[in-house]
Design a protein around this ligand. Sequence first.
Ligand code: GUN
Length: 293
Amino acid sequence: MQLIDGNKISAEIKLEIAKEVEEFKANGGKTPHLAAILVGNDGASETYVSNKVKDCEQVGFLSTLVRYEDTITEKELLDKIVEINNDGDIDGLIVQLPLPKHISEQKVIETIHFKKDVDGFHPVNMGRLVLSLPSFIPATPFGITELIKRYHIETEGRNCVILGRSNIVGTPMNLLMSRKAYPGNCTVTVCHSKTKNIREICRNADIIIAAMGSVEFVTADMVKEGAVVIDVGITRIKSDKTKSGWKLTGDVKFDEVAPRCSFITPVPGGVGPMTRAALLKNTLMAAGKEIYL
Ligand code: GUN
């Protein structure tokens, strides 16, 4: 069993990006600039956004954080997005989700200009992904494909089971693993809350990507000997074994599943850091106009 080290790979990617930024600037290019909008005071969102800002600093990007109370109107938020769309210095824009109920997330996503949509959530980017055209790929699936590549995991002709069908992870992951490219060329099965025989379907999988946010759902009896298991779950649960009284737990019962696997990602330290690195990659591509002129 080989542990997939997301911390190590993401550190490598960050170094590569920092080097590219230096070269970019040395050749007269501008400093890549990411803007993030955070609405309200949700604890997890605060952590995610502050990590994104720290990551930008670490690789030499500029970042702008715009914060609003959760009383902001939808119109005020949409106006700010349009202002950032028109700001020539800003290359990428993310609006941290979830948003308060009175604001339409879909309207927000569709207002971000697709050329600055480094989250890859805009219908233009999603549509281009369906067509295998160059696009911004959502950060978590993008990060997972980097892990698969950098560990040289074979995918062609393999059965890949994806647990979860979210717009952010399950759906783009399905498109990536089935497309005619590496990593891809898999036979993909997407399981969700209405799937009847998840256990049997998983037992036939060469690759399992667990992204349904259900603590320790994947158990040893669901995993074929030699399978690759990628755990996207990240839920904070109470623990009497840590100083803080909390621990992060994935969708996979790691201790019993790991011995059966050829490769497995831990939680934390697997997919999480790769999501952060992938957003930086998308921002660098936005600044370099590598996807859209
Ligand atoms: N909330 C949870 N994940 C994400 C993400 O990847 N991007 C944004 N904007 N919000 C999120």
